[in-house]
Write a protein that binds this ligand. Structure first.
Ligand code: FMN
Length: 382
């Protein structure tokens, strides 16, 4: 349905999926899989179900294998128990009328030996990404990793494929490849962390190869129209040396051009958190999302710091097809209804983003649109 006042509230056909609005819940690590098996919990089902009025939910980044780990209490999607845990979540979201994609991730060299019984994590090259890893003992500096063998790269690609199959078995509506800064994929793209001399290093084509090999493996189990990728070519926080370089723009142009042939669900693009002036990607500063429209013909989900107003505006301008909201969804489980009825927004507390419990997770109340508190209306006659 067309809503000229608020395009965010329009229905949107995503291939054969029908989104009830154009509001996407962005993937957010919340560290609530507080058990040794990293199994998604009933508390997580409650959290996601509370947010099911989003047109689409994308889960927190989820480990594709035991080798992919590098942050405490983040769930995996590689064991039968984990699949069973996710089933509870997809069922709860579907019962509340929502749709949900699983975000598949691998942290590569930005992990820590504390997660591997003292063994080093592996990455594209034996180069310390110089970032911080959230271990069970708190944040620790990353170390120089082992370099992936070719066999390990091939195995990692298979791990993504198996995780994608597991997501299907768990009842997800699609999957998103987590290629946001700091993760394994950008470590391959970056000149700073990838100095390989084989077919996965050197040229732009070689460094980007892993994205397409992962994608090709995943679309053996999912229709490409149910697969997305989230990435950003620009600066982001706590990602160490994986920052834009002089080949970032041509790299992304190459990737976008090639992705045109894939008929993906969408590309999920995060914007710049900082002023890009003086960086190798300064050319993206103005009208950031239009650059992607120019090089990519498929659907775009725009992300980073959007508000109700700026989200409606960019949709009206046709520069994106859907908008994802991260932090606003933490304290506003009923974000869509708040947009609809112009209700005030609550502030989230960053101190409880990863604290592993109910507090700061499922205890943010809705604004009461559903009868618990009356929808704002004409003042009652006295
Ligand atoms: C607590 C928290 C955890 C996040 N975890 C992930 C994640 O697992 N995967 C991912 O792609 N992005 C992650 N992000 C980034 C968000 O998806 C989003 O890009 C970012 O919050 C900017 O959108 P916003 O300004 O609407 O919050 C996280 C953000 C926050 C605040």
């Amino acid at each position: 349905m067309k809503n000229t006042a608020q395009p965010l509230l329009e229905e949107y056909p995503l291939g054969d999926l029908k989104l009830k609005n154009r509001v996407v819940m962005a993937p957010m690590t919340r560290g609530r899989a507080t058990n040794a098996g990293l199994v998604p919990t009933p508390l997580m089902a409650e959290y996601y179900a509370q947010r099911a009025s989003a047109g689409l939910i994308i889960t927190e980044g989820t480990w594709v294998s035991s080798k992919a780990i590098g942050f405490i209490n983040v769930p995996g999607i590689y064991t039968q128990n984990q699949i069973a845990g996710w089933k509870l979540i997809t069922k709860a979201v579907h019962e509340h009328g929502g749709l949900i994609f699983s975000q598949l991730g691998h942290i590569g060299s930005a992990s820590h030996p504390d997660f591997f019984g003292g063994e080093l994590p592996a990455g594209p090259s034996a180069i310390n990404p110089q970032s911080q890893c959230y271990t069970p003992e708190g944040f620790k500096a990353t170390l120089t990793p082992r370099e992936f063998t070719i066999a390990e790269i091939k195995q990692t690609i298979q791990d993504y494929k198996q995780a994608a199959q597991n997501a299907k078995d768990a009842g997800f509506d699609g999957v998103e490849i987590h290629a946001q800064a700091g993760m394994l994929i950008p470590q391959f793209l970056s000149l700073a962390t990838n100095q390989r001399r084989d077919e996965y290093g050197g040229s732009i084509e070689n460094r980007a190869r892993i994205i397409f090999e992962i994608l090709d493996a995943i679309i053996e189990v999912w229709d490409s129209a149910r697969v997305s990728i989230k990435f950003t070519p620009v600066l982001y926080t706590h990602v160490g040396i994986v920052t834009p370089d002089e080949e970032t723009i041509p790299m992304f142009q190459y990737i976008l051009k090639k992705l045109n042939d894939y008929n993906l669900a969408f590309l999920h693009i995060t914007g710049p958190a900082q002023d890009l002036t003086g960086t190798p990607v300064a050319a993206l500063q103005d009208d950031y999302f239009s650059h992607f429209r120019h090089h990519y013909s498929g659907r775009l989900v725009a992300n980073l710091g959007f508000t109700q107003q700026s989200g409606n505006m960019i949709l009206k301008d046709g520069k994106a097809d859907l908008i994802s909201f991260g932090q606003l969804f933490i304290a506003n489980p009923d974000l869509v209804e708040r947009f609809k009825y112009q209700l005030p927004l609550s502030e989230s507390n960053p101190d409880t983003y990863y604290t592993g419990e109910e507090k700061g997770y499922t205890d943010y109340p809705g604004a009461g649109y559903n009868g618990a508190i009356a929808i704002p209306h004409e003042a009652d006659p006295e």
